[in-house]
Structure formats: structure tokens, C-alpha cells
Design a protein around this ligand. Structure first.
Ligand code: NAP
Length: 494
């Protein structure tokens, strides 16, 4: 499909899921509450989504527990589990356009990015963990003479996952694929704004051979369905991607219920440090613009603080602004669109409120508008503010939208001080040709992800996670398996 009309027509032919996915089939509670899903693209209702009550959450967890106990998934060989993940990856590839259109419909991501970035990453995730299946080994220490000790990792049981709306499939797959590979059952609660694509993904999982009950999807409000999962006495582990505010609440839910481990992937306020010797300043400016506009800035790793060395600041900021000007905002079903609408009307209002506060505190707006446009849908031009100082809220608070805060520095010491002067520690970009500076500063930056002369690059083999208020857990890579398994020591006297 190459045109907006073709994509729009295609989207209108799709069957939009309207029930939850429990025990390998659609589950609809006829008397249960439902909520309109309003499309960010048009501001009009696109679907009606069932809202799980605590009773439905109980049912989902019970189904997942039964599946775990009887071993239909947890006790088959890891290679067999891997084969299902690989078939699932194939199906995701075959249904890429359909899943991408659902993502666009529900949360407004430009469809080309949904197809070429989100869906490719989701497919790759299932494939990577499927291929890993028979390559993970347990351990036996060599130093023992009169005993054999086995250190094995076992599935933890029933995992609950609560996920956000910005990458509805990729971020969920970073939890589903490793949790399932390890032999667990999993109950997922997607964001209220973006349940449709995940429901269809779950249906494809069953088609790929996933036994019933092993993956349950409950839809509904975080405060009801999410909270019921977090407090559930029969959930063994909770993995969460979302805001620090909700993450902190989930720790309390765990403490007040069964002390289940809670793995948090939270927000960010990631700096990009641009030195005078950045190897290709034009490429750096393009990347800085991309890192705050991709997905309409709704990225935990958005490069939302631009720290630029005094001598080149004026020209560099001009180049970033020119690049942003060239990045079209528009209908996400138009293949030319690079910035779609904000996922919800409330979030757009929050973003604008952040920008207005910044200006009231003394920052200078140099791009974008502080008012919402009048048309349908929740579109917003990217906003750039210069003269942002560490005491401004915009320097410290996550906006979760296309708002870039620009601050100048004079030398490397000040750059590091500014970079680390944040409650968050997720990502950072470092642009310099000086090899020793790159090494020295990447060590000094207090963040889980540091990119040198690039930004937001990666591979499934490397972990993704942060520090401080950005959370303490990792997704992706072999390390993601740790949180979905528990260690057992078996000591055999010889
Ligand atoms: P959010 O408001 O925290 O929502 C995330 C999920 O939590 C949604 O499913 C939400 O359900 C649910 N939830 C809300 N209140 C809850 C409660 N009281 N109990 C249990 N669950 C609850 O976050 P968001 O606005 O969707 O996403 C933005 C945040 O996610 C940003 O901070 C961003 O940086 C972070 N994020 C982090 C990463 C990472 O990997 N570190 C990746 C992406 C996003 P509802 O939709 O029904 O509210």
C-alpha cells in the first residue's frame, strides 16, 4: 500500500477486536462495562473495548495458573516452546500490514513507522527468543569433589505484564517472548488507548500453537484491571513499562499483597551532549531532531534535553530547527507523514501545559505553538525551547511528547554535571570525535544506555533499561530471562 487512501480503505476493512483474549478464545462479558476507544487521528470513536472487572482478572489469572500447573507449556521442552515462538514470528510477518494499521488506528503512530519499525521489532523479538530456546544452559560448579551441585533456573509461574501505549506491540513482546520462553504463563494488560493490536497478536499466538491459557489479555483501566493484577495473590511476578508515578504505586501493591517481585521500566529525560568536535554535526542535528519527534516524542528514550557546547550552539540549534521544520506532521495513514497525533487528548493537554510552564519560568520558545490546533485529532507541532536552565521544570520533568529543552555548556565537566543532574537515568547520546573523551564520559554518565555518535540504536542481544527513576530492570537480551525465572540449587552428595 502506497497511499493514504489505500491505507485508510484497508484499515476500514479490518475486524477490530471487541473482546478479551482468555483461554485461547474471545471472552466477552455481556454485562461487563465497555469504554469507547477514541482514535487520536480523528478524535472519533474507533472501537468499544471491554473493561475487565476484578472478577475477570481473577478468571484470567486462574486460567493462566491452570495452564502453568498442568505443564501444557511449562513442562514441554524449551526447543518446542521456541518452535512456537518462531511460528508466531512468521505469522506476525505475514500480518504486518494488518497489525500496523491497528496500531495506527488505536494510538496514531504513522503507519509506515508502525509497519517498518514496530512490527519488524516485534517479529524480531519473537524470532530472537525462539532461536535462543536451546542455547540457554544451567550451571554446575567445577570445584566440588564430593558433591554435585546444579544451579538451575525454573519458570516463576504466573507473570503479569502491564504495558503503555507508545509501542503497544514491541514493548509487550519484550515481556511476552522471554516470559513464555522461560516456561511461564503470562497475563497482559495493555494500555486503555492501545489494546487492539495486542489482542490480535494474542490470537495469532494461538494460531502458532500456543496452548490455551498460557497468554491471557485483559483490557481495561489501569486503576481497576492493572491494580487487580498488581495486588493479586496468585500472580508470582509483575513486569511493568510506564510512568514512574504508576511504577511506584505498583511497588506498594506488591508490598501490600504477596511481595511479588516488581520489575520496572519507567520514564526518562535523556540528554544528548554535542561537543564542538562532533564528527558529523549535520548528521548529529538530524538525529537530535529525529530523537525528539519520532513517535511524536512519546518515547521513554526521547532525547529531550539537548546539551550543546557554547561555541557551536547557535548553528547547531538552527540545524535542528531546520530539520524539524522538514519533518511533516499529519494523518498517520499518509505514508509521507513522519509525526502523527499524540495518543490521547489528555496527554496533548499535559504536553502543552509543560511547555507553557517552561516559558513562564524563563525558557525561550523558538519553534511550535503553545496552543492546540483547532482541527480534528490530537496533532501538535514539535516545540523547542532554548535557554532552559537546570532549575526549570522542563529540565527535570518528563514531558512524553515532542518538546526539546536546549541548554548550553562550556566544557566536559559542566556537560557531565548537567547530564547527570536529573532524577532519571535511561539514555544519553554523546557526540565527539575524541576517543578518550567518549570512553571517559560514557562511563561518567549515570544512565543505562549510552550511545556514542548515534542515538537509539540497538539489537536484541543487548539489554535495554535504566537507572534511578527510570527503573531498575532490563528488557531484551538473555538478561531479560533472569526476571522470569527463579534460581534453584540442588545439592547431591556423591
Ligand atoms: P502510565 O500512565 O504509567 O500507563 C502505563 C500502563 O499502566 C497502562 O497500561 C495503564 O493503564 C497502567 N496503569 C495506570 N494506572 C495504573 C494503576 N493504578 N495500577 C496499575 N496499572 C496502571 O504510562 P503511559 O502514560 O501510558 O506511558 C508513558 C510512560 O511510560 C512514560 O513515563 C514513559 O517514559 C514510560 N515508558 C517507559 C519505557 C521503558 O522501557 N523504560 C518504554 C515506554 C514508555 P491505562 O492505560 O488504563 O491508564
Amino acid at each position: 500500500m502506497n497511499t493514504r487512501d489505500e491505507w485508510t480503505r484497508f484499515a476500514s476493512t479490518l475486524t477490530v477486536p471487541s473482546a478479551m483474549w482468555l483461554d485461547g478464545q474471545w471472552f466477552d462479558d455481556p454485562d461487563g462495562p465497555r469504554q469507547d476507544l477514541v482514535s487520536p487521528r480523528t478524535g472519533r470513536t474507533a472501537a468499544q473495548v471491554p473493561q475487565a472487572t476484578p472478577a475477570v482478572v481473577d478468571r484470567a489469572v486462574a486460567g493462566a495458573r491452570t495452564a502453568f500447573r498442568d505443564g501444557r507449556w511449562s513442562r514441554i521442552g524449551a526447543r518446542e516452546r521456541g518452535a512456537v515462538l518462531l511460528r508466531w514470528a512468521d505469522l506476525i510477518g505475514e500480518h504486518r500490514d494488518e497489525l500496523a494499521a491497528l496500531v495506527t488506528l488505536e494510538m496514531g503512530k504513522p503507519v509506515v513507522q508502525a509497519r517498518d519499525v514496530e512490527l519488524r521489532a516485534t517479529e524480531a523479538t519473537f524470532r530472537w527468543y525462539g532461536e535462543l530456546a536451546d542455547k540457554v544452559l544451567d550451571e554446575a560448579p567445577r570445584g566440588l569433589t564430593d558433591a554435585l551441585a546444579l544451579i538451575s533456573r525454573e519458570p516463576i509461574g504466573v507473570v503479569a505484564a502491564i504495558t503503555p501505549d507508545n509501542f503497544p506491540l514491541t514493548l509487550s513482546s519484550w515481556k511476552i517472548a522471554p516470559a513464555l520462553l522461560a516456561g511461564n504463563s503470562i497475563v497482559v494488560k495493555p494500555a486503555t488507548q492501545s489494546p487492539l493490536s495486542l489482542l490480535r497478536l494474542a490470537e495469532l499466538g494461538t494460531a502458532a500453537g500456543l496452548p490455551d491459557g498460557v497468554l491471557q489479555v485483559v483490557t481495561g483501566a489501569g486503576g481497576v484491571a492493572g491494580s487487580a493484577l498488581a495486588r493479586h495473590l496468585d500472580v508470582d511476578c509483575l513486569t511493568f513499562t510506564g510512568s514512574p508515578e504508576v511504577g511506584k504505586r505498583l511497588l506498594v501493591c506488591s508490598g501490600e499483597s504477596n511481595a511479588k517481585p516488581v520489575h520496572l521500566e519507567l520514564g526518562g529525560k535523556s540528554p544528548q551532549l554535542i561537543f564542538t568536535d562532533a564528527p558529523d554535526p549535520a548528521a548529529a542535528a538530524r538525529t537530535v531532531a529525529w530523537a525528539i519527534t519520532f513517535n511524536a516524542g512519546q518515547m521513554c528514550t526521547a532525547g529531550s534535553r539537548l546539551l550543546v557546547q557554547e561555541e557551536i550552539a547557535e548553528q547547531f540549534v538552527a540545524d535542528v530547527l531546520a530539520e524539524i521544520e522538514r519533518t511533516p506532521v499529519g494523518d498517520p495513514f499518509d505514508p509521507m507523514t513522519r509525526i502523527g497525533p499524540i495518543a490521547s487528548e489528555r496527554r496533548r493537554a499535559d504536553i502543552l501545559a509543560h511547555a507553557r510552564t517552561a516559558v513562564a519560568q524563563g525558557a525561550t520558545p523558538v519553534s511550535g505553538s503553545l496552543e492546540a490546533g483547532a482541527g480534528d485529532g490530537w496533532y501538535l507541532d514539535p516545540i523547542v525551547c532554548t535557554n532552559v536552565r537546570p532549575e526549570h521544570d522542563l529540565f527535570r520533568h518528563e514531558v512524553f511528547g515532542p518538546v526539546l529543552a536546549v541548554t548550553r555548556f562550556t566544557d566536559a565537566d559542566e556537560a557531565i554535571r548537567l547530564a547527570n543532574d536529573s532524577p532519571f537515568g535511561l539514555g544519553a547520546g554523546l557526540w565527539t570525535s575524541n576517543l578518550s573523551r567518549a570512553h571517559r564520559l560514557s562511563r561518567a554518565i549515570d544512565a543505562g544506555l549510552v550511545w556514542v555518535n548515534c542515538y537509539e540504536e540497538g539489537d536484541l542481544s543487548v539489554p535495554f533499561g535504566g537507572r534511578k527513576l527510570s527503573g531498575h530492570s532490563v528488557d531484551k537480551s538473555i538478561h531479560a530471562l533472569d526476571k522470569f525465572t527463579s534460581t534453584k540449587t540442588t545439592w547431591i552428595r556423591l
